[in-house]
Design a protein around this ligand. Structure first.
Ligand SMILES: [Zn+2]
Length: 247
């Protein structure tokens, strides 16, 4: 289900059934001469298109303007569109707070950009993770009042925590490719891994005859990319997401 298409009775039903509400996160970033700048976003949105065919989920309109950084290339004529994470965090906090106000308590952002060391984090995912925590604290204090954690009814907090049902699970941020996926599939930037993913998910944004125009070291493996390899990655990713979302 697409959030923007839902009628209020469907939204109330999704809340009552605690369906996963998915927020695709992405950036616009140079991915070599052969690939579209939306690769990191498209990897998420196209995988979620597939997930939607097999599972009941609510998919929010994507957020496409993350902190790409100019690490790979500067912006002039390359398409890299960088917005500083410090500016994103207040927006993200407001958006999460709004989603909690609607009543959603099973919100999951999914991101592919710079997620090779997700435990430590990178600016875009950290901005959304920080924002999610802030929004949860604010809503809890608004609805339950200060001192909510210390009250008797929260005596089972650590059991909730172990079960993954405590309020800090209302908003979570996941890498598209988890630590379970990356040993089995190449994680790279515009190399064989990402190019193959796009050949499988969005072939219209790949021009394989332009791979030879690339100068960056990171695209070295791109010429060996294939839709077949990409499909292997997609099925690994879908397995990881089913588990992360409890589907
Ligand atoms: Zn990428």
């Amino acid at each position: 289900m697409r959030f923007e298409l839902m009628r209020p009775h469907q939204i109330r039903d999704a809340i009552a059934r605690n369906l996963p509400v998915l927020l695709p996160l992405g950036v616009m970033e140079y991915h070599g001469e052969h690939m579209g700048v939306g690769m990191d976003l498209l990897a998420v949105t196209r995988v979620l298109d597939r997930l939607e065919r097999e599972a009941e989920v609510v998919i929010l309109p994507p957020f496409a303007y993350g902190a790409a950084s100019y690490a790979v290339e500067g912006p002039e004529g390359t398409g890299t569109l960088h917005v500083d994470a410090g500016r994103i965090a207040p927006f993200a906090e407001g958006m999460f707070e709004g989603l909690l106000r609607i009543g959603f308590r099973n919100i999951h952002a999914v991101i592919h950009h710079q997620t090779e060391n997700f435990a430590a984090g990178m600016p875009t995912d950290l901005a959304f993770r920080f924002a999610g925590r802030q929004a949860v604290f604010r809503i809890l204090e608004r609805d339950r009042g200060e001192g909510w954690w210390g009250r008797a009814e929260m005596r089972d907090y650590y059991a909730q925590h172990d079960a993954g049902t405590d309020p800090f699970n209302w908003i979570r941020v996941h890498p598209l490719m988890s630590a379970a996926v990356t040993p089995a599939y190449p994680f790279d930037h515009a190399g064989i891994g990402e190019t193959s993913l796009m050949l499988a998910l969005a072939p219209e944004v790949v021009e394989m005859d332009r791979v030879s125009e690339n100068g960056g070291w990171y695209t070295d493996g791109a010429a060996s990319a294939s839709a077949e390899l990409g499909e292997r990655g997609v099925s690994l990713i879908l397995g990881h997401l089913r588990e992360a979302l409890g589907l």
